[in-house]
Write a protein of this length. Sequence first.
Length: 372
Amino acid sequence: MENDTRVDPGPAFEGEESFIRNIHRLFFRPRTFFAGIGAPKKRVWLYLFAFAYSLAAAIDRSGFSSMQGTAPAASWAAHWGFVGGAAFIGMFIVLYAGGAWYRFRLGLCGVQIKDDNQVKMVYLSAAQVYALPMIAVALFESLLFRNPGTAAVKSPSWLGPAMLVFLFWSIYTSYMGVRTVFKPKKAAAVLWFLAGPAALYVIMFGGMVWLTLSGSALLPGPAADTAHPQEFSNGEIAFSYPANWKVTEKEATAEATAQVQVKPVQDALIIFSFFPPQGSAAAHLEGWSNLYKEELKNYEEIGFFGEWGSLKGEGRVITGISGLKEYEARGFFAPIADDRYLMVVQALQRSLADKVQPGFDLIRGTFRCLRW
């Protein structure tokens, strides 16, 4: 009896094999995926892949614009209408300009092009490694959050780094496709399809991180949305806060009291905490100030205040530098009952005060204690 040996035929399109199997090959076995790949039998596949790549880029640009201060769309319908329209226009740029650039780089690698559609097929197939996860995440957010603004604030912080993984994996996939299909000069292919593109993105992202750490307002984020306030109440305190800010609670532990934290999009924070007093409000304020003296460079006390909203107590305004950023912090301590004090701490990067302060003012103006 002869052995029944089955050889993996490589990638197939247009119904020849399952879509899921091809996607699995593309993401996890790129060399096998590209083995024997040619021009698509139906040109519509090129347009479909180009549209998906352009859609992912439009989603990415929309998120970047939101970080720069552009208000997100009011609804998911408006969001998808905008990115869908941009993707349709960008599809032709991706297909023709992007395809021409890909072909030009192949020429620099010593490749003699025989079929332009085959070049575009390799280019756009590799691009799906970046495009499909980006689209999938955007669809997931549409189902999970009520509008794009809420998604921008409440989406998990690890999503951004995860998308970078797919971006760099798509560069490697493209390189493997070029090596497998076109047999270019190896050193040139490494330069133009692997090391060069990866280095460009590293420089871009490194520059953005440096500007952020240095305090430059490259990505200031949207201003506090005080026109559509949300309400918070936990039985002890209640207040209104901007629609695009996030509230979290920390339960009491042996080392720390319970806290309510309100986090803007920007580098800022406001914290509420109730605790049993171990001295006067002035003494607690002095202790708080001393902690910042140890942490901040160029520490300076620039003012005092005795009221925060409707509460009376002891408050102080300080400034200083942490890393390369200049911060302003306000500490306020007020007796709420014989055995209970309230601590309010506001901190913000001073260059972003115009976007953050209206939200702090909203919280202060609506804050109320419910149990004391």
